[in-house]
Ligand binder design. Sequence first.
Ligand SMILES: N[C@@H](CCC(=O)N[C@@H](CS)C(=O)NCC(=O)O)C(=O)O
Length: 255
Amino acid sequence: MIDVHYWPTPNGWKVTIMLEECGLSYRIVPVDIGGGDQFRPEFLRISPNNRMPAIVDHEPADGGAPLSVFESGAILEYLADKSGRFLPVAARERFRVLQWVHWQMANLGPMMGNANHFKNYAKNIVDDPVKLEYGVRRFVGEVDRLAGVMDAQLSANTYLAGDDYSIADIVTWPWAMLAARLVDETLWEKFPHLKRWIDAVGARPAVERGRRVGSELGKRELTEAEERARRELLFNQTSDKVRVAREQAARAGRG
Ligand SMILES: N[C@@H](CCC(=O)N[C@@H](CS)C(=O)NCC(=O)O)C(=O)O
């Protein structure tokens, strides 16, 4: 059994999609990131960067103690090795996939996260429209650029890493399918190869199932005060703030 420390966001969906694709049995452990669960001492022991997702495999291949992994790219690589699926073993093919996995982790995920922040959240924090506009332009521009990179790759390949569906597709799809919402809806006309791939991957039954996992979590309407507290928790994390949040979570018995 694999515990998935999870909240329904693009980074979380990568893991549930992979588990569904591989048919591995798993159990969801909710990490309410707006409520501060990511600062629980117990969670920080497996995910020291106070971010979900993370997994704990209670039946690792070596038969030893439970094995934990954080960072979604590393989790997918682990699950691919465990299941023998979606990541070739031979170096030439393996690195054709892994270079795109690392590309997603270092580029598309962070740039889309920042574009989303400046477009949808920063207006509640930053009063100065000039400062706000700079952040939106910088990160939305990067998302557009990265969509172009994917479109060029997909104009010559069925999947991101070539002819075969792989963890490169699984790690990228949950973010890529949201790109038009951040740039604008004409993005799909501009990048038809990307759109073809988004639709093909999205139609896979395991992708549909993985994407729905935990959709009921976090559905509750928040009060204005709760929204403010959530913003403060998520968007203002210095090391001091993280230390205080960790102490509060421990005192509240959440650890
Ligand atoms: N590079 C990390 C990013 C994970 C990440 O940013 N997770 C967010 C939710 S999508 C989170 O846990 N945020 C909690 C926080 O900001 O305190 C991964 O891919 O696993």
